[in-house]
Design a protein around this ligand. Structure first.
Ligand code: C5P
Length: 316
């Protein structure tokens, strides 16, 4: 066997409730993850040393040294593999990107999850899904979800994931990609600053941090009902005001989507991608066409969810 190819999905957060900063710099959160049909593809092949090549959407923005998240996932798996058989050798990782970089869609985490699964196959480690999930959680907050896929509740810093029980409804989304990137740590830091400043004089006041963020019961009920309009009305993201404060153009993008009939509009994760829920595939197409004509974003994509997590597409 010479190469394994795995694809892994982008994620949306249907709810993202963020607590105060922790001593380790992360924030406790409660989130509802939702995997959508926008995939990066990752191939691993045995090589003389660990290295990574990146092609496609935003490839020049991805680090290719050992701080590359996919290479970090490879190293984490290698360290966890029992020392038996031929052993986990070095690999060349090729990442074909379709998920925009630093866009709030966890593209780097998708690549890490894909590399993890691909090396797990290549090395025939015999690790269980649960063991793989535990390794994923050490690599980044969103990596465990990229392995799992579907719709799931995330807790802790996001790495503790539990599948959400919901009917097999497919939701149709339009993504508006921005002309630029946002750094996730900077967006969290902006939220902390806005919360510390309090409501006085703020253009967009934010509520103080909840001591313990809570899962939105009405959102979960909307998911169980399979009713897109109910879901659209309950989308929420504590990072949205912070993302808009750093990237004010998003205000117009969100407003344009709602004016064009979206059932809900939200900044995706830490942004700057905006996500819009449509009633069905036809409405999503109309919304995508209209939105791309308004000039409020760089480009648009139609996606649906939930989709499965990282999966092997070919082994040659
Ligand atoms: O875990 P990951 O590397 O994806 O996180 C990127 C950054 O986002 C962290 O360094 C931290 O600044 C911020 N973050 C956070 N709280 C979380 C998840 C991420 O503050 N729960």
């Amino acid at each position: 066997m010479t190469g394994i190819t795995v694809r892994a999905p982008a994620k949306l957060n249907l709810q993202l409730a963020v607590g105060p900063p922790r001593a380790d710099g992360y924030h406790d959160l409660v989130t509802v993850f939702h995997a959508v049909s926008l995939f990066d593809q990752v191939t691993v092949e045995a090589a003389g040393r660990d290295e990574v090549t990146v092609t496609g959407e935003g490839a020049d923005l991805v680090p290719v040294g050992h701080d590359n998240l996919a290479l970090r996932a490879v190293a984490a798996l290698r360290a966890a593999v029992p020392d038996r058989g031929p052993g986990p050798g070095s690999v060349h990782v090729t990442i074909a990107k379709r998920i925009p970089v630093a866009a709030g869609l966890a593209g780097g985490s998708a690549d890490a999850a894909a590399a993890l699964l691909a090396c797990n196959e290549l090395w025939a480690t015999g690790l269980s899904q649960q063991q793989l999930g535990a390794i994923a959680a050490t690599v980044g907050s969103d990596v465990a979800f990229a392995l799992l896929g579907g719709t799931a509740v995330g807790r802790g810093r996001g790495e503790q994931v539990t599948p959400a029980l919901a009917p097999a409804t497919q939701y149709h989304w339009v993504l508006a990609f921005a002309d630029g990137q946002l750094s996730t740590p900077e967006v969290y830091a902006a939220l902390d600053r806005l919360r510390a400043a309090g409501p006085a004089g703020a253009a967009d006041p934010v509520a103080p941090a909840p001591a313990q963020p809570d899962l939105d019961a009405a959102l979960m009920a909307a998911l169980r009902s399979g009713n897109a309009a109910r879901l659209g009305a309950r989308l929420s993201n504590d990072l949205q005001t912070a993302a808009v404060s750093l990237f004010p153009a998003l205000r117009k993008t969100l407003a344009a989507g709602l004016e064009l009939g979206a059932l809900g509009a939200l900044v995706a994760g830490s942004g700057p991608t905006c996500m819009f829920l449509a009633a069905n595939a036809e409405r999503a197409l109309e919304l995508a066409v209209s939105l791309s004509g308004t000039g409020v974003c760089r480009s648009v994509a139609r996606v649906s969810g939930p989709v499965p997590g990282a999966a092997v597409v070919s082994a040659a």
